[in-house]
Write a protein that binds this ligand. Structure first.
Ligand code: UDP
Length: 332
């Protein structure tokens, strides 16, 4: 085995991108992080990665990086991720997630990058007819965020058919937790995601948690989601990278989830258990566009990659999220 080639990680100063950069470095891959630091943090870029501040749509910058570092693959995490914001400001999402991704893909093709891994989302399924959701089901996103990501999936599909590049689109379910070694975690302020909100409440950074809907068609009436530990998700990217390199003619679209769900109440109970305190809970109406339950059919990723979940434990996800949240408090 020769030296491993370098990987360009866009959005590597962000939550999931920084965990992927850590996993790549841990596995011996040289990493170049490109991030515009609009939502990412310079300190989140792991030691050992080359860091470049800039935009994915800056073709001369990106093309120069690809050539200078002989980039073999791009892992593309950079983008906008807040669903309600995508409803308020759809063109921002079609710009950051679709148009700028198009420019990045074009630069990759122009500079002979052979492999592309894309952060997609379970939001492409919208409100699925049946769960668990499988990759063969029709996609029908119900918000601009999901549509902005789905269009990039389509671009990659068509581009891979026409050019010598293969790709893997990973459809993330509900990503949560933090690096178990405490090297990174979810740091952006103003979080809306349940586990992040709940650990902030447990640590007194907010008054409590609003439960958005208690009349769903689920066992306890609250929404059910498939929470995946960010380190398992990062590991899936490494396996996808190795698969793309080993089989350059094959591309993949793979769900990333554990195939089981927890309700909002189960999550809050876990946070109470792990924090050793009780978060104050309020009942609120349903949030627009929330499905009752969304879980992943993960048979395809299990059959395609050697990937196996290693952190499939709600209490463990919450414990790591709490530990990170505490360390953020100490940083502030
Ligand atoms: N949720 C909640 N209170 C919050 C945030 C989320 O009750 O403060 C619920 C939400 O309605 C959904 C689940 O928690 O059932 C997960 O929501 P989140 O925003 O974390 O992720 P989504 O599944 O919407 O991407």
């Amino acid at each position: 085995m020769g030296e491993k080639p370098a990987i360009l990680v866009t959005g590597g100063a962000g939550y999931i991108g920084s965990h992927a950069a850590l996993a790549l470095l841990d596995a011996g891959w040289p990493v170049v992080v490109l991030d515009n630091l609009v939502t990412g943090f310079r300190w989140a870029v792991p030691d050992g990665a080359v860091f470049v501040e800039g935009d994915i749509a800056d073709s001369s910058l990106v093309g120069g990086l690809i050539d200078a570092h002989e980039i073999a693959a791009i892992m593309h995490f950079a983008g906008s991720v807040v669903v309600p914001e995508s409803v308020e400001n759809p063109l921002k999402y079609y710009d950051n997630n679709t148009a700028r991704s198009r420019t990045l893909v074009a630069t990759a093709i122009a500079h002979q990058v052979r492999h592309f891994i894309f952060s997609s989302t379970a939001a492409v399924y919208g409100i699925p007819d049946t769960i668990p959701a499988s990759e063969s089901m029709p996609t029908d996103p119900i918000n601009p965020y999901g549509r902005s990501k789905l269009m990039t999936e389509w671009m990659l599909r068509d581009t891979a058919a026409a050019h010598p590049m293969n790709y893997c689109a990973l459809r993330y379910f509900n990503v949560a937790g933090a690096d178990p070694a405490g090297r990174s975690g979810q740091s952006t302020a103003g979080a809306t995601h349940l586990i992040k909100v709940a650990v902030e409440a447990a640590l007194g950074k907010r008054d409590g948690v609003a439960i958005f809907g208690t009349d769903y068609d689920t066992p306890d009436g609250t929404g059910v989601r498939d929470y995946i530990h960010v380190s398992d998700l990062a590991a899936a990217h490494i396996d996808a990278l190795e698969k793309l390199i080993a089989k350059p003619n094959d591309s993949h679209i793979l769900n990333c989830g554990y195939g089981r769900g927890f309700s909002v109440l189960e999550v809050l109970d876990s946070v109470d258990r792990m924090a050793g305190s009780q978060i104050s809970r309020t009942m609120e109406p349903r949030r627009a566009g929330d499905p009752d339950a969304l879980t992943a059919d993960n048979r395809l990723i299990l059959g395609t990659l050697p990937w196996r979940p290693e952190h499939d434990d709600l209490d463990g996800i919450v414990r790591d999220a709490l530990a990170w949240e505490k360390s953020l408090g100490e940083k502030a």
